[in-house]
Design a binder for this molecule. Structure first.
Ligand code: XMP
Length: 519
């Protein structure tokens, strides 16, 4: 997407808060475009492109100047600025206030008390004197900067909301962006509309039109390829490109043999038959199985599948000749490196293989039309592009597929058993209207056989593990608490219908300490 195509925005400067993405989403939900920049990377800002600035929270201490690599001139720009948590302390200190380590740190819910009326808190307190808010801080402001007024306080912290309306600087010690803060969205609304005078410029319809135009500008009359997996992101990319450049788009769909039951048929039906796209269907199931023979080590499985996928993709892409672009379903969270703000590197837990595969040797130019969108925005866009609810609300599925849902060796028999078990579980979730309440659910096959008894006969068969989790983004997760009898019912159906399984267990671990997938 061309930069100057974009309308005015709220700039969110990230200081490493775990909630930064949430701030951006809240602003966009209010209909205003927002972008996140790492505080170390924003050197120069053009105030004319901004409605206002929000400074995020973060793990740093404002009094440790040397550790903060941030161009403080930005704080003098002639645009409204709202600081949250660390941002609140940064504004306070910049304008002559004092920030020190608090005697009593405040984490979790706290009650704030109204002191004065203010622009930022219009309608926030209503007729109440108090509000419950979400805190997460160890430092606090002890001296108000000159020209500011203290709008609210807690027992331990005198200046919880501050404001200087003359220079349009506002600070809030808590997190209005999290749902635990009562009426928090009102504070953001007041800032964005009443104070910044933002115009609504962010809706799904607007996104659809702009993105189609952007793709047309980028691709021109050249050919573009897209690796289609049938998952939400690649489906939305493919359909967006289809609307933008039609037959110049060529999708390649690789059946690894490790997909969910009937998945390959659904993909071909939807994209080739219904949506009339150029779809190259590659059945490579035997090849994948051959390469995976006797492999048990999870990372080895992942590498083999990822490499073979790219090899096959490259082979078919080359056959198309004169391809100039490669489309990828990169999303906004993939681009934001808020983790690096604290200097810490996240350790590698698993090597994720994204089907967007990167044939580097082919020197293709990337086209990433979803790169400014969050997952929920991608889903809404998909609906606007007439993709079915079934595709749009589908649970995530990993690139290496069923291979990482059967610890130990991968075999045709096991894949068949697992496909059936997973299908029963998912069908029951849909029947009981639980599917959309769950972020991801699947069945796995454990490489252990146990003894059972069926019809007076001894059985010796595999254990099926069921996993269902709730999550915001897959980074952390909790197990889903099923209504009584549901799991028992699924267990009966699996055991009665599938030969090879005589025991079903339900995984009740969260992430961390476990991961969502087994390998
Ligand atoms: P973990 O197991 O790391 O999974 O807790 C987090 C989320 O990522 C998905 N996942 C993958 N997605 N390629 C993908 O496209 C992969 O290699 C991969 N591995 C895990 C997983 O299903 C969950 O949604």
């Amino acid at each position: 997407m061309k930069k100057n195509n974009r309308a005015k925005k709220i700039l969110i400067i990230d200081f490493g808060s775990q909630y930064t993405q949430l701030i951006a989403r809240r602003v966009r939900e209010l209909g205003v475009f927002s972008e996140i920049s790492n505080h170390k990377q924003v050197k120069k800002v053009n105030a004319e492109e901004l409605f206002g600035i929000i400074l995020s929270g973060g793990p740093l201490n404002v009094y440790e100047d040397k550790k903060i690599n941030f161009n403080k001139k930005i704080l003098n720009l002639k645009v409204p600025i709202l600081g949250l948590c660390f941002g609140h302390q940064l504004i306070s200190r910049h304008y002559g206030g004092k920030v020190i380590t608090a005697k009593n740190r405040e984490f979790g819910l706290a009650t704030i008390k109204k002191k004065l009326n203010s622009k930022l808190t219009k309608k926030f307190f209503d007729n109440h004197k108090h509000r419950n808010v979400w805190m997460s801080h160890a430092d606090h402001v002890t001296k108000l900067p000159k020209g500011f007024k203290g709008v609210a306080s807690t027992k331990g912290s005198k200046f919880t909301i501050i404001e200087n309306d003359a220079i349009k600087r506002y600070g809030v010690q808590f997190h209005p962006e999290v749902t635990h803060t009562e009426k928090g969205i009102l504070l953001l609304k007041n800032f964005i509309f009443d104070i910044c005078k933002s115009k609504k410029n962010w809706s799904t319809d607007h996104q659809k039109k702009t993105l189609i135009k952007d793709v047309q500008n980028q691709v021109g009359d050249k050919k573009i390829i897209c690796a289609l997996s049938g998952g939400v992101d690649s489906s939305v990319v493919a359909q967006l490109l289809n609307k933008a450049v039609g037959k110049q788009l060529h999708c390649i769909f690789v059946n690894t043999g490790l997909l969910r039951l009937h998945e390959e048929k659904q993909v071909v039906n939807t994209f080739k038959k219904k949506l009339k796209m150029n779809l190259i269907y590659v059945n490579a199931a035997d090849e994948f199985l051959k390469k995976l023979k006797n492999i048990t080590e999870p990372e080895k499985k992942r590498k083999i599948i990822g490499n073979l996928f790219i090899k096959i993709f490259e082979h078919y892409a080359k056959k198309l000749k004169n391809v100039k672009f490669l489309a990828q379903g990169t999303l906004y969270p993939d681009l934001i490196e808020s983790k690096s703000v604290t200097g810490s590197q996240t350790s590698k837990i698993k090597s994720h293989h994204n089907v967007g595969g990167l044939p580097k040797k082919m020197k293709l130019e990337l086209c990433e039309p979803l790169r400014l969108l969050f997952k929920d925005e991608v889903r809404k866009l998909g609906i606007k592009l007439n993709l079915s609810k079934e595709i749009i609300s589908r649970h995530p599925f990993p690139g290496p597929g069923l291979a990482i849902r059967m610890p130990g060796k991968v075999s045709k028999d096991k894949i068949e058993i697992l496909k059936q078990a997973d299908n029963i579980f998912i069908s029951e979730l849909k029947k009981e209207k639980l599917y959309d309440k769950i972020w991801q659910a699947y069945a796995a096959l454990l490489p252990v056989k146990t003894v059972g008894v069926m019809g007076d006969n001894r059985t010796y068969e595999y254990i099926c593990l069921l996993r269902a989790i709730t999550s915001q983004d897959g980074m952390t997760a909790d197990f889903f608490d099923f209504p009584k009898n549901f799991i028992q019912n699924v267990s009966n159906k699996i055991i009665n219908n599938i030969r090879g399984i005589n025991r079903v267990v339900y995984d009740v671990t969260s992430k961390p300490p476990s991961t969502i997938e087994l390998e």
